[in-house]
Design a protein around this ligand. Structure first.
Ligand SMILES: Cc1cc2nc3c(=O)[nH]c(=O)nc-3n(C[C@H](O)[C@H](O)[C@H](O)COP(=O)(O)OP(=O)(O)OC[C@H]3O[C@@H](n4cnc5c(N)ncnc54)[C@H](O)[C@@H]3O)c2cc1C
Length: 528
């Protein structure tokens, strides 16, 4: 196969134009191409009058060897990269390892452990995805929150009701492995080559059921509605777990525990602290969700090409560094998506975003966040959590109860006057929003940072500061406010405990959490 890089296809031709572009680049008729594998596809929107798809492909064709020889180095033969393989197999263990949490970190850890010969017991405080979807829909429709089955807790973890965005800032050989496994369990194949892959909440939910069946077939013992409530220790080692479940509490003897509880597991952090596990506070971010019309974001990104119908719903990635040391940035943008109620604790409002695979909703929403450090919220290990809770409680109060969220039009926010209702952008948050003045809800330094950054962001994406855009508060759970200190994969203070994923402070997002789960499974296998 011959590898072709930087093949440009004008937006007007649509992605199907890649076959003709490959034939042109090779100087052969299109009929000579036998197969074409897309290795990467992105959109180049830097010049609004020449928006194009950019491809890397591997092509097999009649007379390939002769063509390569004639081209004298112009083309190269495609060498597929060496795939990552989990480095352990055929292991045995006296006691089965235990995985806590079925988010991406816990799921991929369980998968690797099971395939290495030590299928773990997996405990998850929430419900299987089928029941969880019902619990979450009821919450969004009625405001009746189930504190153990919600957008944070349950099979699939925090990203289940998400856009299923798989972009990540990390670079790691395990990433293609994670993507391939997602496809094996039902994710769309395009995640293997898109520069901004996403699964969508709808496809993600189906994928989780397939992944669970596979884990069970490998011998995993999956226990839902089973919360890690306490840890028994002796001589600085884990000895057993105290598990609370629907059927009652029980003790689970365990020597090796992979702990992947996500960043919403505040009670778990408190328990760890009381058991002397070393936790430290870490920087995180707080802010709001911002909603625009998707058509406005597409017009800003694509210009006239936005109406061609060939380009994907677009997003943005913006950051402004302020003189006072805070940064304001956009995060987890959900094109064609919905703002979701993502609370897990009573009397506290939390927002986030999700999209379906089609990304065909009216609005585009994104987190608009201000970075905060222990200097803003305190240097105690759990001070960040206390700060998050204060903001979430204020949001609940100003939302007027029932998990409605406080909201404001962007124009009114910049003018510091309360809003009375929406205009062209209809807020998607359910069970509903209450318009007010967000300067009353959020800390002053957060509001000032947002107000300073928004006009800057508008210079990069025209219309970002549209006065009808809706801000919905409060977004507090974009990353963990604590870190469970670890060395060689194990807690520095409790041997046998392998903290992993976002809650442990080592990941931010689905991909990096999955990768960290694999890393933690490697460390656990090394210890075995
Ligand atoms: C609405 C929403 C949308 C998001 N969108 C995206 C996106 O598009 N792309 C992206 O990359 N990231 C997204 N994220 C972030 C992403 O979901 C997280 O980074 C990721 O899920 C972290 O994975 P994790 O496995 O570390 O933890 P989690 O996914 O949080 O999973 C932890 C699991 O542990 C369980 N648990 C917690 N405590 C206990 C206990 N004591 N006992 C037993 N079980 C316990 C929880 O119920 C949960 O299921 C989104 C998050 C939310 C909330």
């Amino acid at each position: 196969m011959i590898e072709l890089k930087n093949l440009t296809v004008p937006a007007v031709e649509g992605p199907e134009g890649v076959y003709a572009a490959a034939a042109r680049a090779l100087g052969v008729p299109q009929s000579q191409i036998k197969t074409l594998e897309i290795l990467r596809r992105s959109v180049d929107a830097r010049r609004k009058n020449a928006i194009s798809f950019v491809f890397t492909v591997a092509v097999s064709l009649e007379g390939e060897d002769a063509l390569l020889e004639k081209a004298r180095g112009k083309f190269r033969r495609y060498q597929p990269p060496e795939p990552y393989r989990f480095p352990y197999s055929h292991l045995t263990a006296e006691k089965r390892p235990v995985v806590v949490g079925m988010g991406p970190a816990g799921l991929f850890a369980a998968l690797c452990l099971a395939e290495a010969g030590v299928p773990p017991i997996v405990i998850e405080r929430g419900q299987p995805v089928e029941r969880r979807v019902k619990d979450v829909n009821r919450f969004w429709e009625t405001g009746a929150l189930d504190t153990s089955s919600n957008v944070q807790f349950g099979e699939g973890g925090a990203g289940t009701f998400s856009d299923g965005k798989l972009t990540t800032g990390i670079s790691d050989a395990r990433i293609p492995f994670v993507l391939r496994r997602f496809v094996e369990f039902g994710a769309p194949e395009d995640i293997l080559y898109l520069s901004k892959p996403h699964i969508g909440t709808d496809r993600l939910r189906a994928l989780l059921v397939n992944m669970r069946r596979h884990l069970i077939s490998l011998g995993c013992d999956i226990r839902f509605s089973a919360r890690l409530a306490d840890i028994d220790t002796a001589d600085g080692r884990v000895r057993a777990l105290r598990v609370e479940s629907e059927g009652g509490a029980y003790t689970l003897p365990a020597d090796y525990v992979l702990l992947a509880p996500g960043n919403g597991a505040r009670d778990t952090f408190e328990m760890l602290m009381s058991r002397g596990v070393k936790l430290t506070p870490k920087n995180f971010s707080v802010g709001v969700r911002i909603e625009h019309l998707q058509s406005a974001i597409d017009a800003a990104n694509y210009g006239k090409a936005a109406t061609l119908g060939t380009l994907p719903a677009s997003d943005y990635k913006l950051a402004v560094h302020l003189r006072d040391g805070h940064s304001v940035y956009t995060f987890c943008v959900c094109p064609g998506g919905h703002v979701v109620a993502a609370a897990s604790e009573s009397g506290r409002v939390v927002t986030n975003g999700m999209s379906y695979y089609a990304r065909d909703g009216q609005n585009c929403n994104g987190g608009l966040l201000v970075s905060v450090t222990p200097d803003d919220f305190g240097h105690g290990a759990l001070d960040g959590i206390a700060f998050q809770r204060r903001l979430e409680e204020a949001a609940y109060q100003y939302g007027g109860g029932g998990y409605r969220a406080p909201a404001q039009l962007l124009g009114d926010f910049l003018a510091k006057r309360p809003s009375a209702g929406h205009r062209s952008v209809v807020p998607t948050y359910r069970p509903g929003v209450k318009f007010c003045n967000l300067w009353d809800v959020l800390p002053d330094f957060v509001c000032r940072a947002l107000a300073e950054a928004i006009p800057e962001m508008d210079r990069k994406v025209r219309g970002f500061a549209h006065p009808d855009a809706v801000l919905t508060a409060v977004e507090t759970r974009s990353s963990s406010p604590v870190r469970i200190e670890r060395e060689d994969g194990q807690s520095v203070s409790l041997k046998g405990l392998f903290p992993a994923g976002e809650g442990a402070g080592y990941a931010g997002g689905i991909m990096s959490a999955a990768v960290d789960g694999i890393r933690a499974a490697e460390a656990l296998c090394a210890a075995l």
